[in-house]
Design a protein around this ligand. Structure first.
Ligand SMILES: Cc1ncc(COP(=O)(O)O)c(C=O)c1O
Length: 444
């Protein structure tokens, strides 16, 4: 039996009241938005209670809301904001491209350059094509695997998130694309291999995030042995192994695959690689990708009006050639490790059941008292435990926003290049203040 949550409920009610009182303009805009969009929202992940702060502008690694609260931006646009809000080199590239027309309706001078940059960096990419989002990249990648293998099933993992129509937070999401999915437990080699053995004749692809970023996951890294086992079995059974690196591609110049030394057959990309503009890409082994060559009589068409969006291609090239240098990439990775260690150390010293997970500059914050090596550990929590964790997450989020820290309500943090140790230590300090001031409430 869990005790009634009266103390936590009371603190939460007070934190909500203060939040609402200090954000009249956000509230007014939210109410107006709700007249035309369900819940005032057009991107579910951006909603949180009582209502989200409406953002007016971003500068460097800060955002400012319409009620003039300034925050350090630890959300980093769910990892698409790696370059920060106003990098002069990216802005200059966009302005230069803009001066020559927004959409040209022909190949432009930037797309092949960006393709070469990706091919040079990502070990699995011999040929690449562009699209408009990570969701589309996964849609095209699994479809490519189905055509190439002549098989239809796709194995994914419980709690995976591969896009708006590929959500496996709890089984297969209501809006999921109707592929014949097989859902395996993440980081569980034995069960996964058994499922692959059972479906091998019909299995086209295994689609996996080398670190589960969202859905039920929340920055839970794959164990290298798990990815190696997938690599081995996919080679043996001629199943296409697809790494979704939409989120993790920032882990090194060649993504998490290069850092781990495990090379899939295909890779999907998105987020910051378009310089902060709308972007997606899928690429892989020549034998899989060359079917898209329109010079071939048996070529497959891959369409998309904005696939080679001039502005995104130009911004993407500038980002990779001028901003995300190898040393900057490593610096950002190290900042993430510093944040994770800082939070974990602060929690450990106080015996608080809070832990930071993730890889490099992508961090998940969880109220959990045992090592989180697989997202399924979160499934074993009962309804009351879930409710308490949701309330603690809300309280921490509201408290940290009061301290000028902006991050994802579910406990999502992604860092950006304008950050220095000062910002990281500021975040860790704010978490420590939260753990200190709410000590009596932080138990499971
Ligand atoms: C791992 C992963 N795959 C795919 C996507 C979908 O990308 P997009 O939002 O650009 O469609 C996301 C988005 O968060 C993601 O984290």
């Amino acid at each position: 039996m869990t005790e009634p949550n009266t103390a936590l409920d009371a603190c939460l009610a007070e934190a909500r009241r203060r939040y609402v009182e200090r954000r009249p303009e956000s509230r007014r805009l939210h109410e107006r938005a709700a007249e035309a969009m369900p819940g005032g929202n057009t991107r579910t992940v951006l909603f949180y209670t009582p209502f989200p702060a409406v953002l007016a502008k971003g500068e460097g690694c800060q955002v400012v809301d319409v009620d003039s609260h300034r925050y350090i931006d630890f959300l980093g646009e769910y990892s698409a904001g790696l370059y920060g809000h106003s990098n002069p080199l990216i802005r200059a590239a966009i302005e230069r491209a803009l001066a020559e027309g927004i959409a040209l309706g022909g190949p432009n001078r930037y797309e092949a350059e960006l393709a070469h940059l990706l091919k040079e960096r990502f070990p699995s990419i011999e040929l690449v094509r562009f699209c408009n989002s990570g969701t589309e990249a996964n849609l095209f990648a699994v479809s490519t695997a189905r055509v190439a293998t002549g098989r239809d099933r796709i194995l994914v993992f419980n709690h995976a998130y591969h896009g708006g129509v590929f959500n496996f937070a709890q089984g297969s999401g209501a809006l999921n694309a109707p592929f014949p999915w097989i859902i395996a437990p993440y980081n569980d080699i034995r069960s996964t291999l058994a499922l692959i053995a059972e479906h091998r004749v019909n299995l086209a692809a295994v689609l996996v995030e080398p670190m589960q970023g969202s859905a039920g996951g929340g920055c839970i890294p794959a164990q290298p042995a798990f990815l190696l086992a997938l690599r081995e079995v996919c080679t043996r059974e001629r199943v296409v192994l697809i790494f979704d690196e939409v989120m993790t591609s920032r882990s090194s110049q060649g993504g998490l695959q290069a850092r781990l030394g495990i090379t899939p057959d295909m890779t999907t990309l998105g987020k910051y690689l378009g310089g902060g503009l709308t972007f997606g890409a899928f690429g892989g082994r020549r034998w899989l990708m060359e079917r898209f060559d329109p010079r071939r009589p048996d070529s497959i068409a891959h369409a998309g009006t904005f696939n080679n969006s001039v502005l995104a291609m130009a911004a993407g090239v500038a980002g990779l050639t001028q901003v995300l240098t190898p040393s900057e990439c490593e610096r950002l990775f190290a900042l993430g490790e510093r944040l994770r260690e800082g939070v974990n150390d602060a929690a450990r010293r106080r015996g608080a059941p809070l832990q930071a997970t993730g890889v490099g500059s992508l961090v998940g914050l969880h109220f959990h008292d045992r090592p989180l090596d697989a997202p399924d550990a979160l499934d074993r929590i009962d309804a009351a435990g879930r409710q308490r964790r949701a309330e603690l997450k809300e309280l921490m989020h509201l408290d940290l926003m009061e301290r000028g820290m902006y991050y994802g309500r579910r406990g999502y943090v992604s860092l950006s290049l304008p950050m220095r140790e000062r910002e990281i230590d500021g975040f860790v300090g704010a978490v420590e203040e939260f753990l200190e001031s709410r000590a009596s409430l932080i138990r499971l």
